[in-house]
Write a protein that binds this ligand. Structure first.
Ligand code: AMP
Length: 305
């Protein structure tokens, strides 16, 4: 970025002690608004990549996609308390801003917005988005307050960044449906782009929570991926009985060693309503505990030519 406004902005660089990266890190809404104003004045296309940090190759694929389509990418790093219930892993959620910045280093035209919880939710904050109906099923049944927290923080981030495009991962299949519907219903002028699931070499979907897994649990976690592979093979082979497949999915997860299954579902990819007689496309969605770690994964199974 070579325009004067942005140079001025870069002058305000917040330097972290031992980080050699030159990525500007903004901690306040005022700083973010000032950046966005400068970018808008210079007619730059803005992409936003909302994350909770603990960045991995899945997040970085969203960043690359944003860089391909926009002039400036704002990566937000914020562990959003309102999307965790009191019994969930907020307190131990991995946070290491320095490591995240190192992972982003080298990528051009990137800005990081890493606000505090008090910056995002100052005293007196009291407005919450009611998520669309598609948020009530599956995750919504097991984490009833989750999508209200997600929708509220995403809307705040879209308002703050005034992004032309926002990039989300297919990994959180239901989350992106919730965000897409919210944006449509509330006429938010940001286009939502969805990027494929990035996996480890053996198939495990990348997740910030994978670091909680012991070596033994890491092996058990693979049963989610293997179950998705099994279901796709069965469906491609002509199995049309959704109920029977769900029974087999659950059995495979249990045999694979998962501690608890929240859901194993075959659903319509738009409404997420359960499908009893399979007609493509369908989405297969899993949420299960491996030890104390809750993992999700999914597979969209579409018609092939
Ligand atoms: P998180 O930091 O887990 O809230 O995720 C931030 C964004 O990264 C969300 O849009 C996720 O769907 C996306 N994401 C997380 N894991 C992956 C993955 N393995 N592949 C692609 N996108 C991902």
């Amino acid at each position: 970025m070579s325009d004067d406004g942005t140079k001025l902005f870069l002058g305000k660089l917040y330097k972290l002690m031992t980080v050699t990266t030159t990525i500007p890190v903004l901690g306040t809404i005022a700083e973010l608004r000032s950046l966005v104003k400068t970018l808008n004045k210079n007619a730059k296309l803005i992409g936003v990549v909302p994350t909770m940090g603990a960045l991995h190759a899945g997040h970085l694929s969203l960043v690359s996609e944003s860089q391909r389509h926009t002039d400036a990418t704002i990566v937000t790093i914020f562990v959003n308390p309102s999307q965790f219930s009191p019994t969930e892993d907020l307190a131990k959620y991995p946070q290491d801003l320095r490591a995240d910045l190192e992972k982003l280093a080298g990528a051009g035209d990137i800005f990081v917005f890493a606000p505090s919880a008090a910056e995002m939710y100052p005293a007196g904050f009291s407005t919450t988005i009611t998520p669309p109906n598609v948020g009530k099923l599956l995750e919504g049944e097991f984490r009833p307050t989750h999508f209200a927290g997600v929708a509220t923080v995403v809307l705040k981030l879209l308002n703050l960044t005034r992004a032309d495009f926002a990039f989300f991962g297919q990994k959180d299949f239901q989350q992106r449906l919730v965000v897409q519907k919210m944006v449509e219903d509330l006429n938010v002028p940001t286009e939502i782009r969805v990027c494929p699931i990035v996996r480890e070499a053996d198939g495990l979907a990348m997740s910030s929570r994978n670091i909680y897994l012991s070596a033994e649990e890491r092996e058990i976690a693979l049963s989610l991926y293997r179950t998705l592979e099994f279901v796709e093979a069965e469906i491609r082979d002509g199995q049309r009985d959704g109920y029977q497949l769900v029974v087999e999915m659950r059995q495979r997860l249990i045999d694979g060693g998962v501690t608890r299954i929240d859901y194993a579902a075959i659903a319509d990819p738009h409404s997420l309503e359960t499908v009893e007689t399979i007609q493509l496309p369908v989405v297969v969605l899993l949420a299960a505990y491996v030890g104390k770690t809750r993992l999700i994964d999914n597979r969209l199974i579409a018609l092939t030519d």
